[in-house]
Design a protein around this ligand. Structure first.
Ligand SMILES: [Zn+2]
Length: 234
């Protein structure tokens, strides 16, 4: 396996940082800082691309409207960043009120409030946590075996969820009755209220999936550095 030289990795990282700082200046986010702190923890993360995508680009490519980690089978990583941060709103009552409530609390204690740009910082940190995990797996097991392990862990993780899929995905499936999803669940006795309950259980169960717990923990480390407790001293 060829590894990029330190010089080329540094160059890629600087390019990414320049783009992120431009994005941050406009969106009010601090993604550049998330990236720098992550690289300080694992320098191999410097080779991860983080790219803003607008709604048209996301739709065209069939990508999620929340930050996501994409990887190629040859070990390249890309974190997608939606330029429209309103897409993160459903996560305020989802992940950010459940398994990531502690992250949100740290931000709120530091700033006195929590807004969508903070959520964006947090979710990018989470995605870089996934990249950190994957990169370590590749180092430990080699690319092919790491890919196999990742796929296996993903399948097992989804199977462990009460709704059988990620929460935001389940919400879309329910609303649009994708493949008869809602029809099927209703037939098993799940009405709107019961479904709401299942969504909450799903969020909690999702955080228990080992690779998600790892990414949440990684994000927690970054968030603690970025959002120190407010100094209310005199
Ligand atoms: Zn995740």
């Amino acid at each position: 396996m060829s590894s990029p030289t330190d010089a080329s990795r540094y160059e890629v990282m600087q390019e990414t940082l320049t783009e992120l700082r431009a994005f941050d200046a406009e969106a009010g986010t601090r993604i550049g800082e998330v990236f720098e702190l992550s690289v300080a923890q694992n320098q191999d993360l410097g080779g991860v691309y983080i790219m803003p995508f607008d709604d048209d680009e996301l739709a065209e490519r069939g990508l999620d409207f929340v930050p996501s980690l994409l990887s190629t089978t040859d070990g390249e990583f890309l974190v997608t960043l939606p330029t429209e941060l309103e897409h993160l709103t459903p996560l305020m009552t989802g992940a950010l009120s459940g398994r990531m409530a502690v992250h949100r609390q740290i931000v709120a204690q530091s700033r006195g409030f929590f807004e969508l740009c903070d959520a964006a910082n947090l979710f990018v940190a989470h995605e870089l946590g996934h990249a950190d995990h994957d990169i370590r797996e590749i180092a430990n097991f080699g690319l092919e075996e790491a890919n196999r392990r990742h796929h296996q862990a993903y399948i097992e993780g989804m199977r462990s969820l009460p709704l059988g899929t990620e929460t935001t995905q389940a919400m879309v499936y329910w609303e649009q009755n994708t493949g008869g999803y809602q029809t099927y669940l209703r037939r098993t006795g799940i009405d709107d209220v019961a479904f709401e309950g299942r969504l909450r259980q799903n969020v909690a169960a999702y955080g228990e999936i080992p690779m998600e717990a790892y990414a949440d923990e990684f994000a927690l480390g970054i968030v603690r550095q970025m959002y120190p407790p407010a100094d209310h001293g005199v």
